[in-house]
Write a protein that binds this ligand. Structure first.
Ligand code: PLZ
Length: 450
């Protein structure tokens, strides 16, 4: 049994492997999971968590793992972050739910005001709140269709937007997200993404050629006048942390502006200081018409947001938007705690620092190990792409094997990518440097063994 009774940053910030991973208690619970939960709900690492905070996750057997995952880019401020805990504890004792559409409360309005302020662009904005990234993406598309009177939605190769009918249709990758779950939603069109590492004529030409192809396909195959929205992740997350070649996103945004198309940025994974900017769009000065956020917004409580131009959002009739739980008071308090923490602890600066520590070390690993074909990302959203040495052929088994060995040593890493050959690193932004370095040292050793 762990002697620690509370999670959060006061947990000992150390890697501690005291049993096999997973240990006996986790294995016992995992057997119960297998019997009670359908296999469709997968498991990256079957350790059962009892506490987490700072840069570690502690399991039922007392192992303390270095967390390079943040619950998929959610606990940017760390697990059980003090300002989040304090606000949520106060709120849970005051009231737990009223439904904002029935009788409102101030924290929802405060979250909306803050998002209107901090998202890119100084135009007048509105925000409404939902429960999950997928729900927010669906609502952004709903709003864009209503506002434009058009139906088509353009998405990109390697894009990921969720698992509901519409968002699964917007997602590029078949297995595991779409296989057997059709028919899919209509009026979804997919165009090329500027993926520098895999662009046939090389990274130098990537932005211009990819944008030209995307725009040509929209014009010729869909008709710009039929397009309600272009939806894109400023860095493709599940698709493999693909940072589009510089210049690509501004070209697409410009095309949208010229054709009355709503430009929607899906910042569900990139948002809230993760990439070394508050939002990834800031890197190239993009001002999306609508920005969709979730994950990092509320430190792990379920919350998502659609923030957009007032003239677009104000067109929807009263009652046209909503949901029972969207902007639940606990989640709103958590979001206010997250925003305070990002500012007070300069987590944008911390994310940049994490990138400055990780990128050179990973590049050195890539130099010595030709199995690492590419190192990329910004801030604390960093990845390596594994290839068959001397080629660009994706090497998913190597990615899987490295992840497995990292897990066995107490380093939680995640995989990603259309080809399943990407290892991605998403440490909480409060990760102490010694754990970051230790995690990289473990990774270095394992990559060189493969
Ligand atoms: N948009 C860019 O990354 C969620 C998916 C995990 P929800 N990514 C993690 C999985 O396998 O289900 C995501 C995202 C981007 C939308 C979503 C969807 O957000 O909160 O999972 O619905």
């Amino acid at each position: 049994m762990s002697t620690v009774t509370q999670g959060g940053p006061s947990l000992p910030q150390e890697r501690r492997v005291v049993t096999e991973i997973p240990g006996p208690k986790s294995r016992e619970m995992f057997a119960r999971k297998q019997a009670a939960v359908p296999p469709g709900i997968g498991t990256t690492l079957p350790v059962f968590v009892t506490h987490a905070g700072g840069g570690v996750v502690v399991d039922a057997d007392g192992n303390s793992l270095i967390d390079f995952g943040s619950g998929i880019a959610v606990t940017n401020v760390g697990n059980a972050a003090p300002r989040v805990v304090e606000r949520v504890q106060r709120q849970v004792a005051d009231f737990t739910h009223t439904c904002f559409m029935i009788t409102p409360y101030e924290s929802y309005v405060q979250v909306a005001e803050r998002l209107n302020e901090i998202t890119p662009g100084d135009h007048e904005k509105r925000t409404f709140l939902l429960n999950s990234g997928a729900e927010a993406v669906e609502n952004a598309v709903k709003v864009a269709r209503h506002a434009t009177g058009r139906q088509a939605v353009v998405v990109f190769d390697h894009g990921y937007h969720g698992r509901t009918l519409l968002t699964m249709s917007l997602t590029a990758k078949n297995m595991p997200y779409k296989q057997g779950f059709g028919p899919f939603a209509p009026e979804v069109y997919r165009v090329p993404l500027a993926y520098p590492f895999r662009w046939p004529s090389g990274p130098e030409n990537c932005a211009e050629e990819a944008a030209a192809q995307a725009i040509d396909q929209i014009n010729k195959q869909v008709g710009a006048e039929n397009v309600a929205a272009v939806l894109i992740e400023p860095i493709a997350g599940e698709g493999g942390f693909i940072e589009p070649a510089k210049g690509f996103l501004p070209r697409i945004a410009e095309f949208c502006k010229a054709n009355g198309i709503v430009f929607i940025a899906d910042e569900v994974q990139t948002g809230f200081a993760r990439t070394g900017d508050l939002f990834a769009c800031e890197d190239e000065g993009l001002v999306p018409d609508i920005i969709v956020t979730a994950k990092g917004i509320a430190g792990g409580l379920p919350l998502a947001a659609v923030t957009g131009r007032a003239e677009i959002l104000d067109r929807i009739h009263v009652g046209g938007l909503g949901g029972t739980y969207g902007g639940n008071p606990l989640a709103c308090e958590a979001a206010l705690g997250v925003l305070e923490t990002i500012e007070a602890d300069d987590l944008v600066g911390r994310a940049r620092h994490i990138g400055e520590v990780m990128l050179p070390r990973l590049r050195a690993i890539a130099e010595k190990n030709p199995i690492v074909g590419d190192v990329r990302g910004r801030g604390a959203m960093i990845a390596i792409e594994l290839v068959v040495p001397g080629t660009k052929e994706p090497h998913p088994t190597a990615a899987g094997e490295i992840a497995k060995r990292c897990h066995a040593e107490g380093l939680l890493v995640l995989t990603a990518g259309t080809y399943g050959n990407v290892l991605r690193f998403l440490p909480p932004l409060v990760m102490p440097d010694h754990l970051l370095e230790e995690g990289l040292t473990i990774l270095e050793k394992i990559v060189s063994e493969i």
